[in-house]
Design a protein around this ligand. Structure first.
Ligand SMILES: Cc1cc2nc3c(=O)[nH]c(=O)nc-3n(C[C@H](O)[C@H](O)[C@H](O)COP(=O)(O)OP(=O)(O)OC[C@H]3O[C@@H](n4cnc5c(N)ncnc54)[C@H](O)[C@@H]3O)c2cc1C
Length: 537
C-alpha cells in the first residue's frame, strides 16, 4: 500500500499524469478514480454524448444552488465519473484557447506558463490527423480529427459568418483563433479519444502503474505539514495508502477543492463549522469559480436537414448505424457541434470575446429529447467572463455534494456581452447562406427585441457549457491556492493538477488545456524527483 505518487481522479488531467509519471518505470504510481471502468460502449461512440449526459453511473450529475443571475434557477452541471472523467462524456471539441490567455497567466506572476512555454505541451500531447506543423503534433496520445462530412447547415453557418464580415478560419488552434470554421474533435478513427483511451490504455500494462476504480477519495492525511497518505472508500471499506513522494489532486474544478477542504485546507470558519481539523486556513480554496455560460438561439428549419429529422426516421437511423459500423463515419462519428466561431462583439476589441457552437439539432436543454420539428442551434458564450462564483463543502461527509454558487451574469460587463452576443447571433442568421434554411426564430423569439428582453432570455434559459475552472487558483500572491509549480502553498508533498488551477478561464473549451496542464505538471514533478535523487527523469 505504498506508492511514490498517488493521483486522485482519472479525468482529462489525471490519466495524463498516470501515464507520464509511470513511463520511466522507476516510480510506483497509484491512480484512484471514484467512478467505474469505461466499458459502456456509448462512452466511445461520439454521438453517445446524449446517452451519458444524465447517466447515474458515469456522471456526477451536480446541480448548482439557485443562482440570482439565472433568475433563481439551479443549473445542471454534469461531470464525468469514470476512467477518463469529463473527457469520457464531453462534447469532443478540441480548442486550446488564445495565446493571450496564457500570456495573462504569466503576467499574473506564474512563471513558466506563457504561450511559448505551454505550446510545446499542447504539441507533445497531440496526434492530429492533419499532420505536424509549427502549431500541431502528430505523434502524441491525444487523437484529434476533422469532422469528415459536415452537415449542410454547419457549412451554411460558416458561410453566413463570412457573409456577415467575419473571417473564415479552418484551424482555431493555428496562427489565429478568430473567425468561423469547422471544429476539430478529440476523436480517432471515429471513436472518442478520452484521456483514458489516449493515455491510460497504452500504459495500463505497466507493472508500476496501479489503477483503482470505484475508489472514492475522502481526504489526504498529513504528517505535520507534509501530505503522506490518502484515505478512500472502496466496496464499503475505508482504505489508506501511503505516498512516499507526492499526492496529486486531479479531481476536477469541483472536487479538488472539496478534497482540500475535507483534508483541512480551506476557510477556517467553514472547516470548524463541520468539525474538520484546520491544517491550513486558506479561504481562497473554492473561490474564483469561473464558467462559460451558454445561451442558445434556436431556429426552426424549413427543410428536414437536421439531426432531429434523422432521429425521427427509422430508415435514417438505420443508415446512420450502418455508416458507423461499416465506415466509422456519418453523424454517429462526429458528436454534436460541428462548426463554430470566435468573434468580437465590438470591432474595437483586440481579440474575440465570444464563441459559437453550432449544432444541426435542437432540444430544450443540452442532452434532452430533440424537438419534434427540424431545428438547429447556435449556442453562444462569453469567452472571458468577469463574474465569479464559489463552491464549498456543505457537510463533513466526503460522499456529500459540494454547494456550488456559479455567480453567472453578476457583472455589468457580462450582462452587456450576453446581450451583444445574442445580437451577433441574429445578424449571422439573417445572412442568405443561413436564412435560406430558416422557417422562424424559435428562441429567443421575435418578441424579444429590447436589451432588457434579451438579458431576461439569457437569465431564463442560459445553461453551462461545462467549463468550471479556477477554484484552486495558481498564483504568486498570499491568497493563491497553488504556486506556479502547482504545489499547494503552505504544505508539502501535495499538488493540484487540473482545471481548478486556472487563474483565469481560457478563451475556449477546457479539455485540451487540462491535458496541457498535466503534461507540464508531469515534467515539473519528474524534474523535481530527478533533482532530489540524481536519477534521470
Ligand atoms: C458534458 C460536458 C461537455 C463538455 N464538452 C467539452 C468539449 O467539447 N471540449 C472541451 O474541451 N471540453 C469540454 N468539456 C469540459 C472538459 O471535458 C473538462 O473541463 C475537463 O475534462 C476537465 O478535466 P479535469 O481533469 O479538470 O477534470 P475531470 O475530467 O472532470 O476529472 C476529474 C476526475 O476525478 C474523479 N473524482 C472526483 N472526485 C473524486 C474523489 N473524491 N475520489 C476519486 N476520484 C474523484 C472524477 O470522477 C473524474 O474522473 C465538457 C464537459 C462536460 C461535462
Amino acid at each position: 500500500m505504498e506508492f511514490d505518487y498517488v493521483i486522485v481522479g482519472a479525468g482529462s488531467a489525471g490519466c495524463v499524469l498516470a501515464n507520464r509519471l509511470s513511463e520511466n518505470g522507476r516510480y510506483r504510481v497509484l491512480l484512484l478514480e471514484a467512478g467505474p471502468r469505461d466499458r459502456y460502449p456509448w462512452l466511445h461512440i461520439p454521438i453517445g454524448y446524449a446517452k451519458t449526459m444524465f447517466h447515474p453511473k458515469y456522471n456526477w450529475r451536480y446541480y448548482t444552488e439557485p443562482d440570482p443571475g439565472m433568475n433563481g434557477r439551479s443549473i445542471y452541471w454534469p461531470r464525468g465519473k469514470v476512467l477518463g472523467g469529463s473527457s469520457a462524456i464531453n462534447g469532443l471539441i478540441y480548442v486550446r484557447g488564445q495565446p493571450e490567455d496564457y500570456e495573462h497567466w504569466a503576467a499574473l506572476g506564474n512563471s513558466g506558463w506563457s504561450w511559448q512555454e505551454v505550446l510545446p505541451y499542447f504539441i507533445r500531447a497531440e496526434r492530429n490527423e492533419r499532420g505536424q506543423d509549427h502549431f500541431h503534433g502528430a505523434s502524441g496520445p491525444q487523437g484529434v480529427s476533422d469532422v469528415g462530412d459536415p452537415n449542410t447547415l454547419a457549412r451554411a453557418f460558416i458561410d453566413a459568418c463570412v457573409e456577415a464580415g467575419y473571417p473564415a478560419n479552418p484551424d482555431f488552434n493555428g496562427e489565429s483563433q478568430e473567425g468561423a470554421g469547422p471544429y476539430q474533435l478529440i476523436t480517432w478513427r471515429g471513436r472518442r479519444c478520452s484521456s483514458a483511451t489516449g493515455y491510460l490504455k497504452p500504459a495500463k500494462g505497466r507493472a508500476n502503474l496501479f489503477i483503482e476504480t470505484d475508489a472514492h477519495v475522502c481526504r489526504v492525511g498529513f504528517a505535520g505539514r507534509r501530505a503522506e497518505s490518502v484515505v478512500f472508500r472502496q466496496g464499503g471499506q475505508e482504505k489508506t495508502v501511503t505516498a512516499r513522494r507526492e499526492v496529486v489532486l486531479s479531481a476536477g474544478a469541483l472536487q479538488s477543492p472539496q478534497v482540500l477542504q475535507l483534508s483541512g485546507i480551506g476557510d477556517a470558519d467553514l472547516l470548524k463549522r463541520y468539525g474538520i481539523n484546520v491544517m491550513l486556513d486558506r479561504p481562497s480554496v473554492g473561490q474564483n469559480l469561473q464558467d462559460h455560460l451558454q445561451v442558445r438561439v434556436i431556429h426552426q428549419c424549413n427543410q428536414p436537414l437536421t439531426v432531429n429529422d434523422d432521429m425521427r426516421s427509422l430508415w435514417r437511423k438505420m443508415r446512420m448505424g450502418m455508416q458507423y459500423v461499416f465506415q466509422r463515419s456519418g453523424p454517429m462519428a462526429v458528436g454534436i457541434n460541428q462548426a463554430g466561431a470566435f468573434l468580437r462583439t465590438r470591432s474595437e476589441l483586440d481579440r474575440p470575446d465570444i464563441q459559437f457552437h453550432f449544432a444541426a439539432l435542437s432540444a430544450d436543454l443540452p442532452g434532452a429529447p430533440l424537438h419534434d420539428f427540424p431545428g438547429f442551434t447556435a449556442s453562444v458564450c462569453q469567452l472571458r467572463p468577469t463574474s465569479r462564483g464559489h463552491l464549498s463543502i456543505k457537510s463533513a461527509d466526503p460522499m456529500a455534494r459540494p454547494e456550488i454558487h456559479p455567480g453567472y451574469l453578476s457583472t455589468e460587463h457580462d450582462r452587456r456581452t450576453v446581450v451583444d452576443a445574442l445580437r451577433v447571433a441574429r445578424r449571422i442568421a439573417e445572412k442568405p447562406a443561413l436564412s435560406q434554411y430558416i422557417e422562424t426564430e424559435y428562441l429567443p423569439g421575435e418578441q424579444a427585441q429590447s436589451d432588457e428582453a434579451l438579458l431576461e432570455f439569457a437569465r431564463d434559459t442560459g445553461v453551462t457549457i461545462f467549463h468550471p475552472s479556477g477554484t484552486c487558483r495558481m498564483g504568486s500572491d498570499e491568497e493563491a491556492v497553488v504556486d506556479s509549480a502547482l504545489k499547494v502553498r503552505g504544505v508539502s508533498g501535495l499538488r493540484v493538477v487540473d482545471c481548478s488551477i486556472m487563474p483565469t478561464l481560457v478563451s475556449g473549451n477546457t479539455h485540451a488545456p487540462a491535458v496541457m496542464i498535466a503534461e507540464k505538471a508531469s515534467d515539473l514533478i519528474l524534474a523535481e524527483a530527478k533533482s532530489l535523487t540524481g536519477h534521470t527523469a
